[in-house]
Design a protein around this ligand. Structure first.
Ligand code: NG1
Length: 491
């Protein structure tokens, strides 16, 4: 693999044009930003060349994503409906002879990181950017070890994996619900695969990386990695899980999806991890309670691993089996016939083995159940609305989804509520939070003709009047999303 840096710089500067490179830029960046994108790749190559003079290199990009609808459904085995956006992570890289990962970032906020590929890679502190690359490396090493790949040759990782040198740059707003973290995992995985001349089918890689990202402490599902890897220019992807399947659907003509950052940071601190992980834990507890109740009702074991496994014949009974008042761990343990300690050890563990504490407001099984089941149904309806070009219906479903995220799943915040309300008042057909929630971005469906007025009105009413904080970089805070191709390596 690899191309000479000088040749690549000439191509990026427009001399010695390359069809592949032009296509790469036009598929993945809006026309007005393609020049800027070429400059950015040039900067990556120049920095790489300064660090590793003469080494042939390859380019790679991994996009962030925005989710139209289907929030917190993925780990429950119900579908999501995202697309990859033109905000991405890009890198220039080349393989090393040894098994070290040597990583630089053009942004000084992300200091250099270096680690060895070893059987059990120890994580950096929670939140460190290097952990996302460690997550990818650990996931691939485990996969190829499990695959029985021949071991050991001269100074390399026991599985024979080469490390790499990379210079990375990202322009996905961080902690904004646009999956900059999963894009980093995907970027790391594509670099390692290319550097080691290996490949995996897209859906298998996406599934593997969803699991691999648990390394950083989240217990999330597979939406982000799949969207970053498998998206196609101009399309949204309905994604089903267990096993992963994608249904591409062209974005509706005459409307755009606008991302607006609430500017409330949804960073993955230890506290934020707990807020997120509480939901998968509550869903696992719900499944356990329902499994027990349905078995009692039908007099036999019911095959139920996730909420998404509930077939229509079990739904009415499941709807009746939960009560709206929050559950204590003691009550759940009573239903399951075990001690609270045993229930906690089975369902409420963090990645480091510590027990997730019982929430003071109780486990809200009924509310989480209703959101997940109804949200899964809304994704199916949204696909049908999109295929029919019914913008109004799609917008209505997005509004319902936001309300459910707010009232039942409790992942909104006053700023996201205000921003979605202002977006609707400013002409959007629909508006909702996108991603994990607790801050970050909203997504709004806006007819093309209304876009300029919409952008002006949201800037005034949300950023200036409600938040009283003008964004430092409006173009990265409020922007129409282009649906781009999934991650790829070039050269
Ligand atoms: P973000 O917004 O990237 O933190 C998280 C999960 C998804 C999904 C969404 C909510 C990870 C890496 N991502 O996304 O799997 O559950 O929340 O729909 O955990």
């Amino acid at each position: 693999m690899g191309i000479d840096a000088g040749t690549l710089l000439n191509m990026l500067r427009g001399a010695g044009p390359s069809t592949a490179l032009r296509r790469f830029l036009s598929d993945n960046y809006p026309p007005a930003e393609q020049g800027q994108a070429a400059d950015r790749y040039s900067r990556l190559v120049e920095r790489f060349q300064a660090l590793r003079p003469g080494a042939p290199l390859a380019l790679v990009r991994a996009p962030g994503r925005i989710n139209l609808i289907g929030e917190h459904t993925d780990y429950n085995g119900l579908p999501v409906f995202p697309f990859a956006i033109h905000r991405d992570l890009a890198a220039a890289f080349s393989p090393r002879e040894d098994a070290r990962m040597v990583l630089h970032n053009l942004d000084p906020a992300y200091p250099p990181r270096e680690f060895a590929l070893e059987a059990a890679i120890p994580p950096y502190v929670t939140g460190d950017w290097g952990n996302y690359l460690k997550a990818a490396a650990q996931g691939l090493l485990d996969r190829f070890r499990a695959g029985g790949v021949p071991a050991a040759f001269g100074g390399l990782h026991p599985e024979g994996f080469h490390g790499l040198n990379a210079v990375i740059h990202g322009d996905i707003p961080p902690a904004a619900g646009l999956s900059s973290s999963s894009a980093m995992v995907v970027l790391g995985a594509l670099m390692l695969l290319a550097a080691n001349k290996r490949s995996l089918p897209g859906p298998e890689l996406a599934t593997l990386l969803a699991r691999a990202e648990h390394y950083v402490g989240t217990q999330g599902g597979g939406m982000d990695q799949a969207a970053s890897l498998l998206s196609r220019s101009g399309m949204a992807l309905k994604i089903d899980f267990f096993p992963l399947r994608v249904t591409p659907a062209p974005l509706p003509a005459g409307a755009v999806f606008v991302a607006a950052d609430s500017l409330v940071k949804a960073a993955k601190t230890a506290e934020a991890l707990d807020k997120y992980n509480r939901r998968p834990i509550e869903c696992r507890l719900t499944v356990a309670v329902l499994k027990r109740r349905l078995a009692e009702r039908f007099g036999r074991e019911v095959n139920l691993e996730r909420l998404g496994d509930l077939t229509p014949d079990f739904r009415p009974e499941a709807d009746r089996a939960l009560h709206p008042a929050p559950y204590t761990l003691a009550e759940i343990a009573g239903v399951l016939g075990c001690s609270p300690q045993e229930a906690a050890r089975t369902f409420c563990l963090r990645r480091d083995g510590s027990v997730f504490p019982e929430p003071t407001d109780g486990f809200k099984l009924y509310q989480r159940y209703r959101h997940v089941i109804e949200e899964g149904a809304r994704v199916q309806q949204a696909l049908a609305a999109m295929q029919a070009g019914d913008i109004e219906a799609l917008g209505g479903l997005m509004n319902q989804s936001h309300e459910s995220c707010r009232a039942l799943y409790e992942i909104s915040c006053p700023e996201l509520d205000a921003l979605t309300r202002i977006a609707r008042q400013s002409g959007a057909d629909g508006s909702r939070l996108t991603g994990a929630g607790f801050g970050g971005c909203t997504i709004s469906l806006v007819r093309e003709g209304r876009l300029p007025a919409f952008l002006g009105e949201v800037t005034r009413a949300y950023y200036r009047e409600f938040l009283k904080k003008a964004p430092e970089d409006l173009a990265s805070t409020l922007f129409a999303c282009q649906a781009v191709n999934g991650a790829e390596t070039l050269f």
